[in-house]
Write a protein that binds this ligand. Structure first.
Ligand code: ATP
Ligand code: MG
Length: 402
């Protein structure tokens, strides 16, 4: 991140050389003051998007109407936004119009919380009109300006508040909390994708228990699709929440805690992708298998390598006191010893099976037979060599069909 800050500072210098003001703003300032890792750096400037485009070679116009472009600089991407204030949010998504302004302080005033409303110049000097740094030290989440107005303007800020409590472990300042409780029903108006993005970030938080408690205490859950249908969240708390790192993990966990709500139902109402659906289903299957039979070759074979860490994280919700590292080592070791990695490695093909069973008409029995061979080979009951498999097929007969 240090070099990321160095690059950002170079970018600020260039803008200043052209006569503009420019600052690092928002989450990057907050996180660097807190000593947290900084993900990406946002920049605010007095230059207009067109002026930014004329200064830098690679500029991607991602949101010109809101004053935002992405500048590719020194191998990194920086979101550069012209100082602005927002118009009304009639669609609860984007402000209807934005107004460019000359002063960073006006720009900071439109931001949600004091800890997010600081700017830092290229020499590390912090502009902090709302005492955000003090709130960081007090571990307090406080809106910039009157909380009721700010939440009404953009109810997503209430979801952001819940996620920051989980991420940062802060308390909510009293009037901010009161407004949150009073006005939480407004979150019903926000597009589900924006809500679930914040829920996802909440689940990553190291103070997840506080985040979930707040979600319940504020009654936010009553206005969030699917969560409002049931009370998994109370169950979540009993299970001593541990951070989860993707929608896949979240959906799998929520389903495992209450099987009456299917993975498909979550995916549909939270508008998640087919990939999430597929992976969550695989995770549920693996965890269910583990709870019945523990770890064996068959489980490891069917659990894709890229889902192993997710499997372990979800498992920590289901089983108390599991040794994450031991399980991971075991999975790695067992995977190395698997006789085959996938069906293609089987020493016999579908055609060969059909030829061996010339007396049978082609039909679904072929897949049944292959699946059985696959399982026997993976579990080490049958060697993966042609002769053994041929012999096994010759002796095999399809299950009776009634
Ligand atoms: P993260 O670490 O998740 O990136 P962040 O604070 O950077 O946290 P972003 O969503 O990246 O959050 O937003 C960048 C900045 O833009 C915020 O720090 C805040 O100043 C401002 N901001 C974002 N969303 C809103 C909002 N809904 N209302 C007001 N200001 C906002
Ligand atoms: Mg950010």
């Amino acid at each position: 991140t240090n070099s990321l800050f160095n690059r950002a500072n170079k970018l600020l210098s260039i803008l200043e050389q052209h006569g503009f003001k420019a600052y690092i703003v928002g989450g990057a300032v907050r996180d660097s003051l807190m000593g947290r890792p900084v993900g990406d750096i946002d920049i605010a400037t007095s230059a207009s998007p067109a002026e930014v485009q004329s200064i830098f070679e690679k500029v991607i116009p991602v949101g010109i109407e809101h004053g935002t472009v992405i500048v590719r600089f020194d191998g990194e991407s920086f979101e550069v936004t012209t100082f602005r204030v927002d118009g009304d949010y009639t669609d609860f998504r984007h402000p209807d119009h934005v107004l460019f302004v000359a002063d960073i302080k006006e720009d900071l005033a439109r931001r949600d919380f004091t800890i997010n409303a600081m700017a830092m110049d290229k020499d590390g000097l912090v502009i902090d009109p709302f005492m955000g740094h003090q709130d960081i030290q007090l571990k307090l989440l406080r809106t910039v300006g009157k909380p009721k107005l700010r939440f009404e303007e953009d109810p997503l800020r209430m979801m952001r508040a819940i996620r920051f409590v989980s991420q940062l472990g802060f308390e909510m300042e009293a009037t901010t909390f009161q407004a949150l409780v009073d006005d939480i029903s407004w979150i019903e108006k926000i597009a589900i994708e924006r809500v679930t993005t914040e829920i996802k970030k909440m689940f990553e938080g190291i103070n997840l228990t506080n985040g979930i408690e707040l979600l319940i205490r504020s009654k936010a859950i009553n206005y969030i699709p699917v969560l409002k249908e049931n009370h998994q969240l109370e169950r979540l708390l009993i299970n001593n929440p541990k951070p989860l790192h993707s929608f896949t993990e979240i959906i799998a966990t929520l389903h495992l805690l209450d099987r009456s709500i299917s993975v498909d139902h979550w995916v549909k109402h939270w508008k998640l992708s087919n990939e999430v659906k597929r992976n969550a289903t695989t995770l549920v299957q693996s965890i269910t298998y583990y709870m019945e039979k523990r770890l064996d070759q068959w489980l490891v074979y069917r659990l894709p390598e890229n889902l192993v860490s997710s499997f372990i994280r979800v498992l920590t919700w289901m089983v108390t006191d599991i040794d994450k590292k031991a399980i991971n080592d075991q999975v790695v070791c067992m995977r190395k010893q698997l006789p085959i990695a996938n069906l293609k490695h089987l020493a016999i093909t579908g055609n060969e099976i059909v030829a061996l069973k010339a007396s049978l008409e082609k039909g679904p029995w072929i897949n049944t037979c292959i699946a059985e061979i696959e399982k026997q080979v993976v579990c080490g009951n049958l060697p993966n060599c042609k002769n053994a498999l041929r012999e096994w097929v010759e002796a095999w007969s399809p299950p009776e069909i009634n």
